[in-house]
Design a protein. Structure first.
Length: 95
């Protein structure tokens, strides 16, 4: 892996290879090398905040990447399957 800055490389070494996790959750044993991760953990796990909502259903989640995965896995794949099904049906009707 290539890092653009020395600080990014150092964070990687500390986190992965030295397992330095100096930030700790106040309510459980969760630890991280980055304070922002502890804040996100606290909001999602302990406060149960779900600020990201799907525009097509009632799904809510705590992280934007989880919403993107949900939309892709649930809604886009379903639409693609429906489109393929409709194309197959049209071909059968024309035969």
């Amino acid at each position: 892996m290539v890092y653009k800055t020395v600080s990014n490389l150092q964070r990687h070494v500390d986190t992965i290879h030295r397992e330095k996790k100096k930030y700790k959750c106040e309510l459980c044993k969760y630890k991280s090398s980055q304070k922002v991760n502890v804040t996100k953990h606290f909001d999602a796990v302990h406060l149960k905040l779900r600020p990201y909502q799907c525009g097509e259903c009632t799904f809510k989640c705590s992280r934007s990447n989880n919403l993107k995965t949900h939309i892709n896995d649930i809604h886009r794949k379903t639409k693609d399957k429906l489109r393929i099904h409709n194309l197959k049906c049209k071909k059968l009707e024309n035969n």
